[in-house]
Write a protein that binds this ligand. Structure first.
Ligand SMILES: [Zn+2]
Length: 223
């Protein structure tokens, strides 16, 4: 939603509009086809269940806001992230392609709480190359759904292997899980690291060391 200058000057108009600024959805993500009224109903139930009053002013629009936030966070469910790997170009480039520090936001499927972090994605092409932005979209497509970090990591590496048939593919993800940092064990600042190595990066010790070093993790990462 783009807000034009001067909009919202009418108080009634402003009241009808959601006043949080989190509406923008990346243009390349499809609209999530979620049942908004059903989520609204469920959120209202949660508010009642914790002893809140869903009718009070601050909460009156919360069910709708949460529903729209979920439709954005779950947008990857309507997407096949592999579509981003369908546009390839042929290139005789036989060195590693690595995109580091792809920021992502996902939702832990056990608690529906966010986990956020960075993915490092690499492959050693065998003739098929994709644009770097496609790697970021691949990560985003798999992140925007109820997830676990381990599966996110393997889905990315497997998609690369199966769509590009490279000599090797690797994905390392480091993330902070709010289900750990704000509740339960309350391990503040702890980061979970997962890796998925495929092809030559799995089979060949020196290729493996090389890619992990490029990703700044040395040899200490378990696969
Ligand atoms: Zn969790």
């Amino acid at each position: 939603m783009t807000r034009s200058a001067g909009s919202g000057s009418n108080p009634a108009d402003r009241h009808d509009r959601d006043d949080d600024a989190s509406d923008a959805r990346p243009a390349h993500m499809p609209n999530a086809n979620v049942d908004i009224p059903r989520i609204e109903k469920a959120v209202r139930e949660i508010l009642l269940a914790v002893g809140e009053n869903p009718e009070r002013e601050g909460l009156i629009k919360t069910p709708n806001r949460v529903a729209r936030a979920y439709s954005e966070l779950m947008a990857g469910l309507q997407d096949d992230p592999r579509r981003h790997l369908k546009t390839v170009f042929r290139e005789r480039y036989d060195e590693v392609v690595l995109l580091r520090d792809i920021e992502f936001h996902s939702l832990c499927e056990h608690h529906l709480l966010p986990f956020t972090g960075r993915a490092h994605v690499a492959y050693l092409p065998d003739g098929k190359v994709v644009g770097l932005s496609k790697l970021a979209r691949l990560v985003e497509g798999y992140a925007r759904r109820p997830q676990v970090q381990e599966r996110l990591t393997t889905q990315i590496a497997d998609a690369l292997m199966e769509e590009l048939n490279p000599i090797g593919a690797a994905c390392v993800i480091e993330a902070t899980h709010t289900c750990m940092t704000i509740r339960g064990a309350k391990k503040h600042g702890s980061t979970m690291v997962t890796s998925a190595l495929r092809g030559i990066f799995k089979e060949n010790a020196s290729s493996r060391s090389e890619i992990l070093a490029l990703m700044h993790y040395g040899n200490g990462v378990k696969s």
